[in-house]
Ligand binder design. Structure first.
Ligand SMILES: *Cc1c(COP(=O)(O)O)cnc(C)c1O
Ligand SMILES: [Zn+2]
Length: 412
């Protein structure tokens, strides 16, 4: 049973029945899922949501599946962590972390989008799935496809972190490395879906896939007692997640589940070495000038972001702002989060921490703002980006141990 009304073109408004479609046939604009919100409001109450098992499927009326999900059943319901120690360092009294570094099954927020897309591929009875990926989506699509018993074709740029490559091929995926950056990979994938009867999650399944990101917004609001925080900081690659968190919060408001009359100010974060959306926001325009990525934050390295135009619009509309962080600042951000909160995030999370620091310094986020930072990926996947520590082994003797400490520590 589904509450989906139509697929609707975001540009010209043309409506389509639910089917496999990459974009509008008239204007090539992106398609978005539209729902019967009145009917959803009748059935989806706070109590109903609270009574369901903890996963993204608690909000299934707001997701585009016809039938019950088969894979990704434990995806979502990630912790919202109160971060007092990090808050003190940054100067925020009321700071929370949405920790998707421990999402299931592959330790990034991409598990939310891939779960919806792979289940949709099963409903469409597609014979194979695939994606273009900067790393985390590759991991997640390969894992969920394996669990669904579907073959997967995963295309990645040739400069990805070793751990993300291994954590894709282990699932038996057909992993294809492409000479060039993500934008070249993405163009190739568009040609592949024109020729083969496959579902590429971020190409012809994109309208469904993208809906999965809304669940991060739903969870943040529910975990705060059905409140929208004052500010949310979100790392951006294609610019999809930030737009869907915004859409998700506005949907909760529309169906009467949110206590606030306004939704959050949204702040976008990118690496300085790949900042086309930040650049557009700062120029006061939605027109994206594509860049050639050069950053350690490879999961965010999309030079020509598919949803950049919309992200650059909604950020100022929400009252938020956008900032970027250099590679050394990203590493510092990863270390600061680990040392203050015991959470090890990947480079994208380092971008979020570093950018939040700047937004505080600029007065864009105030110390009293209820602020949530989206920690979207796990640090064990991007060890390559961190300084390598070489440790000298000691003799298994107490004297050697004390010598290794350099005589700084004294037993009282
Ligand atoms: C893909 C990704 C993002 C950004 O996602 P978009 O929806 O493309 O903007 C953020 N963080 C991590 C770790 C990612 O893998
Ligand atoms: Zn159109």
């Amino acid at each position: 049973m589904s509450f989906v009304k139509v697929l609707k073109c975001r540009e010209c408004g043309r409506e389509y029945p639910v089917k496999l479609l990459a974009g509008c046939e008239d204007c090539f604009g992106p398609l978005e899922v539209d729902y019967h919100y009145d009917a959803i409001a009748d059935v989806l109450t706070r109590d109903v949501i609270a009574s369901r098992p903890k996963s993204i499927w608690k909000y299934r009326e707001l997701l585009p599946l016809e039938s019950d999900p088969v894979v990704g059943l434990s995806t979502g319901a990630t912790p919202l962590v109160r971060a007092e120690r990090l808050g003190r360092k940054l100067g925020i009294d009321n700071l929370y972390l949405k920790n998707d570094a421990v999402n299931s099954p592959t330790l990034s927020f991409k598990d939310r989008v891939s779960a919806v897309a792979i289940n949709k591929a099963l409903e469409f009875k597609l014979e194979a799935v695939g994606c273009a990926s900067t790393g985390n989506l590759a991991n997640s699509v390969a894992a969920n496809a394996a669990a669904a018993g579907l073959p997967s074709f995963i295309l990645i740029p040739d400069n990805l972190e070793h751990s993300k490559v291994v954590a894709t091929s282990i699932y038996g995926a057909r992993l294809i490395t492409v000479k060039g950056n993500y934008d070249a990979v993405n163009r190739l994938c568009s040609q592949i879906v024109d020729r083969y009867p496959w579902g590429f999650v971020n190409v012809n399944l994109r309208p469904f896939y993208a809906e999965g990101s809304k669940t991060m917004g739903y969870e943040i609001a529910e975990q705060l007692g059905w409140r929208a925080p004052d500010a949310i900081v979100i790392p951006m690659a294609g610019g999809s997640l930030i737009g869907k968190v915004y859409k998700g919060l506005k949907e909760l408001q529309k169906i009467g589940l949110l206590k606030d009359s306004t939704v959050s100010r949204l702040y976008g974060a990118q690496a300085a070495g790949c900042n086309p959306i930040i650049d557009a926001v700062k120029r006061g325009t939605r027109e994206i000038r594509p860049v050639k990525p050069n950053t350690i934050a490879k999961s965010l390295a999309i030079g020509n972001p598919a949803d950049g135009y919309y992200a650059a619009g909604l950020i100022p509309e929400s009252g938020g702002w956008a900032e970027d962080a250099t590679d050394p600042e990203i590493v510092e951000g990863i270390q600061l989060l680990a040392e203050t909160e015991g959470i090890f995030t990947e480079t994208a999370g380092g971008v979020t921490i570093a950018v939040t620091k700047k937004l505080l310094q600029q007065g864009r986020i105030k110390s009293g703002d209820l602020t949530v930072l989206a920690i979207t990926g796990n640090g064990l996947k991007t060890l390559d980006a961190l300084p390598l520590e070489t440790l000298q082994a000691i003799e298994p003797k107490l004297a050697a141990f004390e010598e290794a400490l350099g005589g700084i520590y004294h037993v009282a």
